[in-house]
Design a protein around this ligand. Structure first.
Ligand code: BES
Ligand code: MN
Ligand code: ZN
Length: 499
């Protein structure tokens, strides 16, 4: 796929398909108006026939319009001009690409970056059209013996504008979108890989390849190393598995090492059976996605390394399976975490927090600017927020606000849940410093309360992506979330901090 930016007028250039927008009630956008003029009113005549209203996400493909050298025109409904917000824009752009993929179009002049999205600059539109285009191209068919037949013809996307945009700035936005999309694609691929391929060892090897490709520093701790560090909590999850657990760190130093790094900690449970507290078998296959937090750390690091973002970021990934076994942890077992705090494991299915807590203690050695952990942590989060928003909990309101702002900008929603002390009581244990579960009520919050006991030394936020990391049903597949949010957050931080 080739993307480029070009200033020019629609209808003056050769292209397999020109894409222009139409607002509701058949109101032409600026580019559509010019094209209408160039074609002697061809577009307005067709709209008058009643073939298109301009409803958001609708499309109409026209062939061989008069007086122009383009084979096709794709009209894309943008809805009401006053209501063209981020989400609507995304719908319209995705509809446009899906319509293009249904044709034999090999190259397109895409004028939708000119249309007015509320409070968004053209650079935002350029970045996001690239991200949406890449989303429309995404397939995961590497494990099918025959590749899917609906071949995509589109090769060249020329983001076209009639406005006086600075091409260098435009190209920067384009590259930003492309790097983000590459990160999203890696995250999707890792999520979609089954657990017999995507093991902790596979993730460790991927980290080593990434380190080579992007000049990152990689460290892989083996179980014996973790034992020396006293990571009894993490190891208690791994002990039922034949797959060796790994603690992977990837360091990206994009600015002076004297600047404190941001740390991303990603839950990397490559398969979650629940352990001895075995999960019901329906849809258990989806627990291959229980490493999507880890995948989003790999994806975000890929994106920012490709961008050469001037910021320091360390990714920490505790990777393990959660399996039942003769040697597996049993309900009631008590373990000692790296922090020295003891944990009564009342439910072996609450394993995410058990691996994260040791990774969060390990993060202290970097004296971080802030730590963000990303985890498919609780089914309760799906009940609370569905598949729309990730749960956000933090010990620092400023950090939470910065993440929420990034999530808005990236169309990657998150919702702030409280982390009040009142909830901490639910973790009381008669036999250890804490229990690993807090009962049925407020499950997402009590899981965060558990983590908060290991994050006292730095600014910390937790993203529960149980509802947002993948889709179920016919469209089953990883979403790549929250890579857009994290990449935007780090980009904003880098812009603020760079000299
Ligand atoms: N990986 C799951 C959370 C999950 C479940 C994510 C379903 C997405 C869909 C996690 O390890 C888990 O099993 N959590 C338990 C915690 C409970 C035992 C306190 C849960 O949510 O049921
Ligand atoms: Mn579990
Ligand atoms: Zn899990």
């Amino acid at each position: 796929m080739k993307f480029s930016i070009k200033k020019g007028s629609p209808g003056k250039q050769r292209s397999a398909c020109i894409v222009v927008g139409v607002f509701e009630a058949r109101v032409l956008t600026e580019a559509a108006k010019i094209l209408d003029k160039n074609t002697n009113g061809y577009i307005s005549r067709i709209l008058k026939n009643g073939d298109m209203e301009g409803k958001i996400g609708s499309t109409l493909l026209l062939h061989y319009a008069p007086n122009i050298i383009c084979k096709r025109i794709l009209l894309v409904g943008l809805g009401k001009k006053s209501k063209l917000h981020d989400k609507e824009y995304k719908n319209a752009v995705l509809a446009a690409f899906n319509a293009l993929h249904a044709t034999g179009t090999a190259d397109t002049m895409f004028f939708l970056i000119d249309d007015p999205v509320k409070n968004r600059e053209i650079t935002w539109k350029i970045s996001h059209v690239v991200i949406f285009a890449m989303e429309s191209f995404y397939r995961f068919d590497r494990l099918k013996s025959k590749k899917e037949t609906n071949k995509q013809h589109l090769q060249k996307i020329i983001l076209s504008t009639t406005s006086q945009i600075d091409i260098a700035t435009g190209n920067q936005a384009l590259q930003w979108g492309l790097s983000t999309a590459h990160g999203i694609n890696l995250t999707k691929d890792l999520g979609n890989l089954p657990s017999n391929i995507c093991t902790p060892t596979y993730l460790a090897e991927l980290a080593m390849t990434m380190a080579k490709n992007y000049k990152l520093k990689v460290t892989v701790l083996e179980q014996k190393d973790m034992k020396k560090l006293g990571m009894g909590s993490l190891l208690s999850v791994a002990q039922g598995s034949r797959q060796a657990a790994k603690l992977i760190t990837l360091e990206y130093w994009g600015q002076s090492k004297s600047k404190k790094p941001f740390i991303l900690v990603g839950k990397g449970v490559t398969f979650d059976t629940g352990g001895i507290s075995l999960k019901p078998s329906a849809e258990m296959d989806e627990m291959k996605y229980d490493m999507c937090g880890a995948a989003s750390v790999f994806g975000t690091l890929t994106a920012i390394a490709q961008m050469k973002l001037p910021i320091n970021v360390v990714g920490i990934i505790p990777a393990t399976e959660n399996m039942p076994d003769g040697n597996a942890t049993k309900p009631g077992d008590i373990v000692t975490s790296m922090s020295g705090q003891t944990i009564e494991i009342l439910n072996t299915d609450a394993e995410g927090r058990l691996i994260l807590c040791d990774a969060l203690t390990y993060a202290e050695r970097y004296e971080p600017e802030a730590v963000i952990d990303i985890a498919t942590l609780t089914g309760a989060c799906v009940i609370a927020l569905g598949h729309v928003a990730s749960g956000l909990l933090s010990n620092n309101d400023e950090l939470a606000t910065e993440l929420l702002n990034a999530s808005e900008q990236a169309i990657d929603r998150a919702w702030h849940l409280p982390l009040w002390d009142e909830y901490q009581e639910q973790l009381r244990s008669n036999f250890a410093d804490m229990a690993n579960i807090g009962g049925r009520s407020a499950g997402t919050i009590t899981a965060s309360c558990f983590l908060s006991r290991f994050t006292k030394k730095y600014r910390w936020a937790h993203l529960d992506i149980a509802g947002t990391a993948w889709e179920s049903g016919k469209k089953k597949g990883a979403t790549g979330r929250p890579v857009p949010l994290l990449t935007q957050f780090l980009t904003t931080c880098a812009a603020k901090k760079s000299p």
